[in-house]
Design a protein around this ligand. Structure first.
Ligand SMILES: NC(=O)c1ccc[n+]([C@@H]2O[C@H](COP(=O)([O-])OP(=O)(O)OC[C@H]3O[C@@H](n4cnc5c(N)ncnc54)[C@H](O)[C@@H]3O)[C@@H](O)[C@H]2O)c1
Ligand SMILES: N[C@@H](CCC=O)C(=O)O
Length: 538
């Protein structure tokens, strides 16, 4: 294989007042705000318009429609599967370099001419601030494209030994069939990576994005087409999930599911696969990165201001709608007044509103269901805990929930164990002498094990936490907030109820999209069946 361009992490534009990047982004926001994108079902070259319309609105201006998508029914989902399968042999035969070039091109398109458009689509559709959209829809997505190419190339170097007289090799075949990529609303980079990682390995994909992310996903699909992705390799089936997954899971050609979303949905899909097991030509691979109840635990030796800043950023950026968001906090009594007062003062200075106004730090939560769920947790806090800041919400203009800080007396309170997926952070204050007991609490309180952070300046305490929390988080942070993993730097994923931990943005994930064939070639084959030690030759 020829050598590939070295991977690197995309730079992050800071959009300072007066900067060209800010002007380009503002212009793209204005343009997309005036348009209503029409999104069809994409089944190979065919674009199908079913007339069953899913309206996509801005979460922060909930009556403002930005896209109208044609929902894929059973017939159109089958058409998408058929279109993908039709191109599968040709795509599998396409040399790795050609496939890689498409994604390297896409990364450069995203870094350059498509940057503002994709970021604006993500800001408007998913209510991300300019910075949150930049680190997701631009930087993380470009990183996935470039680093996956690098990791695939590395993977192909893993070849068996060939003793004298033979040549052993592993052929990195794609899976036989299609990959069903079911993607979440909250990260456009993840929505793009779930179909694109298998596609780079020579697979074809049927993509079912979350409805609320459809505007961004549609622009990503158009960008990939411009980068040279052939028709049919990536098909698109808009919908809420059950209709499309019923068809996909019943197909004998289902080769894998690449999922990110809630634990409940992944279990539902897994059970669907189990129910259809006798239909399949091959055992489907199931890769799912799911929910979290991510923690910060501070030792009495920690810097309380660093702890508070990790809570403010890790808990409330993107309205707490990151699977990695800090959601349950354990603080020693000696540090609590400083930590509490600092977070309360941070929250008082965070502006909330329309993300097109660059001075806002907080946008809206994604939709009416999220709004109602998070309000329910605020109500629970009002009834059974102490609300230290926030606690309000309003759906007059958009789905706005005030960043909310809660203190509980019971460390096993539902607010300390259930995923809220919104801007509600709950704290438990422990006696300074109970560090070891607190680590046990952290480990045993929630079914999830995605991300977690420990803050301490005492290295013996850090070492104890490292061991006690080994299985409590797939991404473990020391003196840092538990969000913001970067591709190529912190491979991402958790275990327990947080998923299969196949580490997005690493070779471990890519391994799931190949079905290696071992080839042994003997240079001079034997021509006599008898072992050499048999002396009674005729
Ligand atoms: N671990 C990670 O890497 C990671 C990353 C991002 C988000 N998440 C998790 O994702 C969740 C938030 O995302 P979400 O609200 O989009 O999750 P979700 O489970 O509601 O939806 C995920 C996807 O599944 C689809 N879906 C829903 N019901 C379905 C069904 N019955 N059949 C088939 N498809 C169905 C949705 O339309 C969407 O495309 C949170 O739990 C969060 O922790 C995890
Ligand atoms: N890379 C992101 C992934 C968040 C998922 O929802 C983070 O680590 O915060």
């Amino acid at each position: 294989m020829s050598s590939l361009p070295a991977p690197y992490n995309e730079h992050v534009d800071t959009h300072e007042p007066g900067s060209p990047a800010r002007a380009r982004l503002a212009e793209a926001l204005a343009t997309l705000s005036k348009e209503v994108a029409e999104i069809p079902v994409v089944a190979g070259p065919a674009e199908l318009r079913t007339g069953s319309i899913l309206e996509v609105t801005m979460p922060h201006r909930r009556r403002h429609v930005i896209a109208r998508a044609h929902e894929a029914g059973a017939k159109e989902t089958q058409a998408a599967i058929d279109a993908a399968l039709a191109v599968a042999p040709a795509w599998a035969e396409t040399p790795f370099e050609e496939r890689a070039a498409i994604f390297l091109r896409a990364a450069d398109l995203l870094s350059g001419p498509w940057r503002a458009r994709i970021s604006a689509a993500c800001m408007l559709g998913q209510s991300k601030t300019a910075h949150q959209s930049e680190i997701d829809a631009v930087a993380e997505m470009a990183d996935f494209f470039r680093w996956n190419v690098h990791f695939y190339a590395e993977l192909q170097k893993h070849q068996p030994v060939s003793p004298k007289g033979m040549w052993n090799r592993l052929e990195m075949r794609p899976l036989e069939g299609f990959v069903f990529a079911v993607t979440p609303f909250n990260f456009l980079a993840i929505a793009a990576n779930l179909p694109c990682a298998p596609i780079l390995g020579g697979n074809v994909c049927v993509w079912k994005p979350a409805t609320s992310s459809l505007l961004g996903c549609w622009h990503v699909l158009e960008m990939l087409r411009e980068a040279g992705l052939p028709d049919g390799v990536l098909t698109l089936v808009p919908g809420h999930g059950p209709t499309q997954s019923e068809v996909a899971l019943a197909s004998p050609h289902l080769a894998a599911i690449h999922f990110t979303g809630s634990t409940g949905t992944f279990k539902h899909l897994w059970k669907g696969v189990a129910a259809n097991l006798d239909r399949y030509r091959t055992f489907p691979r199931l890769v799912g990165e799911t929910g979290g109840k991510d923690f910060i635990v501070a030792h009495p030796s920690a810097d309380p201001i660093a702890v508070a800043t990790a809570i403010s950023r890790g808990g409330y950026e993107y309205q707490g709608q990151k699977c990695s968001a800090a959601s349950r906090i354990y603080v020693p009594r000696s540090l609590w007044p400083t930590v509490r007062d600092r977070v309360v003062s941070d929250l008082a200075s965070m502006k909330m509103g329309d993300v097109a106004d660059f001075s806002n730090f907080v946008g809206a939560v994604i939709d009416d269901r999220a709004f109602a769920r998070i309000r329910g947790y605020q109500e629970l806090a009002r009834q059974s805990a102490t609300i230290l800041a926030g606690g309000g919400a309003s759906d007059a203009e958009g789905w706005f929930v005030q960043p909310t800080l809660v203190q509980v007396e019971d460390p096993k309170h539902r607010l300390m164990s259930e995923e809220i997926f919104g801007p509600v952070v709950t704290c438990f204050v422990y006696d300074d002498a109970k560090w070891s007991d607190t680590l046990e609490l952290v480990d045993g309180t929630s079914p999830y094990a995605l991300t977690g952070a420990v803050f301490a300046r005492d290295s013996i305490a850090l070492a104890e936490a490292d061991v006690a929390l080994r299985n409590a988080a797939g991404n473990f942070y020391v003196n840092d907030k538990p969000t913001g993993a970067v591709v190529g730097q912190q491979p991402f994923g958790g275990a327990r109820a947080s998923g299969t931990n196949d580490k997005a943005g690493s070779m471990f994930n890519l391994v799931r999209w190949i079905s290696p064939r071992t080839v042994k070639e003997t240079f001079v084959p034997p021509t006599d069946w008898r072992y050499p030690f048999l002396s009674d030759r005729p």
